[in-house]
Design a protein around this ligand. Sequence first.
Ligand code: ADP
Ligand code: MG
Length: 281
Amino acid sequence: QSTVPLPGTTRVFTISNQKGGVGKTTTTVNIAAALAKSGARVLVIDLDPQGNASTALGVDHHAEIPSVYDVLIDEFPLAEVIQKSPEFDTLFCAPSTIHLAGAEIELVSQVAREHRLRTALEQFIADAEDPFHYVFIDCPPSLGLLTINAFVAAKEVLIPIQAEYYALEGLSQLLNSIQLIQKHLNPPLRLSTILLTMFDGRTNLAHQVADDVRAHFPVEVLNTVIPRAVRISEAPSFGQTVITHDPSGVGSISYLEAAAEIAARHAKSAKTHSNTATLTE
Ligand code: ADP
Ligand code: MG
């Protein structure tokens, strides 16, 4: 039983922002855990050599573990590297290992170097006995080949924006990159979701930044904002997401609400689209 509407086909998100420390990994693992807790089957692909998402999901990722590196470079099936997270029965992770740091260079000389993750993911989705509802790809803070692989494999982009000064700076570069990917590699890709993170409601600046971002992206920004909260930042040191670390705290509640919004908005637009289709037939 799910407490959120489940999509009919797998929704594949890349969580991107070429700035480091804006909450990409935190958002990836907590939205994923929130959706898994709500009854969805969810896969997180850790594409950051740092492996922070793997750590937060309590998944082994020492150097000898089969990882996304083997998928990208040696064409291992994704199914062979995926581990179940101890967090929830429907939450899975394709871990990153330190080897992934070299993949950025090794990919340069590979055939179909931008499409490697997409090919592996399509195969995995087609073969999965129990279908996955969501895939979230956590990207490193750069626009190299790993991030490009994520953009090509995804259908939707989720941008976490830190509600602080300079929030919008660098965003136009990210939007340009998305446009280039749409044009040359993955036309259906769309920026579907923006989430304001590390929001400190006591400062005027945070409200100003939030208003600014909403003015630029009235449709994409979720109503829910993620507050700055110690429980959110300490959860990974317990090998947990905040959803299990502090289930009734503000961090957990805000990520559950953001996840519910992501699910509900899609269900609503899917309905609108199918209505439109019937009307014009
Ligand atoms: P990125 O993946 O973009 O580099 P992270 O998700 O690792 O960013 O977050 C950067 C730092 O900020 C981490 O130490 C993380 O624990 C902390 N952090 C993220 N979101 C919050 C939040 N809402 N409240 C407090 N700390 C946060
Ligand atoms: Mg990160």
